[in-house]
Design a protein around this ligand. Structure first.
Ligand code: NAP
Length: 495
């Protein structure tokens, strides 16, 4: 869908925001603040409170106080409030999408799509709340009854990244609150504005004070440490890099704190020679470039093409890549926005320089934009690399940007082995028309999400999460709510 005109951000530049603690809109102690920058031009998009340990403690205490009443509220009634949040997000969809563009940079239509999808988690989990079942288990003793309950965990600490500023939040807070837990969320420092707009919907929909708290912070360490150390917090739900996840897991060990982690990926995208060529091409372009410009955990990281069609595929892929419209997200028709920051730009430059120094060739792209107006932001050219091998950093590491390394394979067995030769296991894609191969390859791929002739990603109804170092636990589906429940067994002695 193409917008017909340039969309104007209606946010006043450098507007001041407050964070959301104990049902109140508050500043940080000493009125400390930090600036959120628009990655398309580096201007100040908003000024938000710079929270730390005291604010996090207050938020945890509030969530702890709110837990008994919220957890005893009938699931159906919790669901009514969650549906109310969804309805308010629908009414405010354009406004929230503008915040997403302002702080994240993605094209406006993509941002609207994200907000539309993200609010669906409130709808899905409002309904799932009513399906939290227990069990009556057949007892081996005549005088005893065995019952199994599922109960909410308590206060949840949630930490989210910047690449989907709306969706990463609702995918956590909707199941947590549906289960009867209360939440303290720390959004990414790059994208706190969307989080605050979602909290505003929660407030206006009638969430009781303390059920949802948002602590914004320029530096994540202090907030993260408090969430991990505070004994009131029973679980950490984290989405972000594998590296940070490993550190949090070590800290969580001290209190055997429950964790669920959605971490990095290195998705293979495999095109067999019997595939529908045009659909595979379209899927590869979409999964490489059209999700936050390649800054998505489920993006195609390595594109494997069967030798017999490689030349034709590469030619067509390069042509499509050159035609992509790169620019600020508020401009009509843009398909690829900026990277999130200077560090990400440097990382892309490094991947290209490293690969070419080892023999790879750049067929298009390969550089940051240095002419106006894109030089003001963090824009990198959509890039295609060939003559790459599996051991180059661009294939081993998560790229997280608009670089497409294309690798060539001969046989199914070979590509399956190479696709799985990574410590990650989040997503994988393959295109073929052979049904027997669909069964073999989908069973053989080591990934939590496998797209077969499909590059749309996941939906609310299915569980999403990683194998190997891509994560622990699942979000979405009926499994999503289980992550926020403890199982309690009751042994009733009837005498
Ligand atoms: P990140 O650097 O790991 O940060 C993620 C979140 O953790 C941010 O809120 C960050 O705060 C916070 N954080 C960083 N260090 C911390 C610490 N020591 N203690 C507590 N919190 C800490 O990741 P990112 O760059 O934002 O996001 C990109 C990564 O997320 C990629 O690896 C991507 O694959 C992954 N991701 C995975 C999924 C999935 O579903 N599996 C979805 C989206 C993204 P600051 O913002 O203040 O640094």
């Amino acid at each position: 869908m193409q917008p017909s005109a340039v969309v104007k951000a209606q946010i006043t530049p450098a507007e001041r925001f407050q964070m959301y603690v104990d049902g109140q809109w508050v500043s940080a102690e000493g009125d400390r603040t930090f600036e959120v920058r628009n990655p398309a031009d580096r201007t100040v998009a908003g000024i938000v409170p710079d929270g730390g340990i005291p604010e996090t403690r207050r938020a945890i205490e509030s969530a702890h106080r709110a837990f008994p009443a919220w957890s005893r509220t009938p699931a159906k009634d919790r669901g009514v409030i969650l549906k109310g949040i969804m309805e308010l997000m629908a009414e405010r969809r354009d406004e929230i999408a503008k915040l997403v563009v302002l702080e994240n940079g993605k094209p406006y239509e993509e941002a609207k799509g994200e907000v539309g999808f993200s609010m669906g988690y409130f709808g899905w989990f409002a309904e799932e709340a009513r399906r939290i079942y227990g069990d009556v288990v057949s007892s081996p003793f005549a005088n005893k009854r065995l019952w199994v309950l599922r109960q909410p965990l308590g206060v949840v600490g949630a930490i989210t990244p910047w690449n989907f500023p709306a969706n990463m939040i609702t995918r956590k807070i909707a199941p947590a609150m549906a289960a009867g837990c209360t939440v303290v969320l720390k959004p990414a420092s790059a994208t706190p504005l969307t989080a605050l707009a979602i909290a505003r919907c929660g407030h206006d929909a009638g969430l009781p004070a303390g059920v949802l708290n948002i602590v914004t912070a320029a530096k994540s360490g202090a907030v993260g440490d408090e969430l991990l150390r505070n004994p009131h917090v029973k679980k950490i739900g984290f989405t972000g890099s594998t590296q940070v996840g490993k550190g949090l897991m070590k800290q969580a060990a001290d209190q055997i704190k429950r964790i669920s982690f959605e971490l990095g990926g290195n998705a293979p995208f495999i095109v067999f020679d019997d595939a529908d060529f045009d659909k595979a091409l379209e899927g590869a372009i979409a999964m490489k470039f059209l999700r936050v410009g390649g800054q998505s955990c489920i993006c195609a990281n390595r594109i494997f093409v069967q030798e017999t069609i490689a030349e034709r595929f590469i030619t067509a892929f390069v042509e499509r890549t050159k035609a992509l419209k790169v620019g600020p997200g508020f401009e009509a028709g843009m398909q690829v926005g900026p990277l999130i920051n200077e560090e990400a730009l440097r990382s892309m430059q490094h991947f290209v320089e490293d690969a070419t120094s080892r023999g790879a060739r750049v067929l298009t792209g390969g550089r940051r934009y240095t002419s106006p107006p894109l030089d003001k932001g963090f824009f990198f050219e959509p890039t295609v690399l060939v003559d790459v091998n599996d051991n180059m950093p661009v294939c081993v590491e998560e790229i997280f940007g608009p670089i497409a390394p294309i690798l060539i394979f001969k046989t199914e067995e070979e590509v399956l082995r190479r696709a799985n030769a990574t410590s990650y296991g989040l997503a994988a894609y393959f295109y073929t028309r052979d049904y027997a191969r669909i069964a073999r390859v989908s069973e053989g791929l080591e990934a939590g999400l496998v797209g077969i002739n499909d590059a749309q990603g996941y939906t609310h109804e299915i569980p999403f999460g990683g194998f190997k170092e891509s994560g622990l636990g699942r979000e979405g589906g009926r499994e999503g709510i289980e992550e926020y429940l403890e199982v309690k067994s009751l042994v009733v002695n009837l005498g």
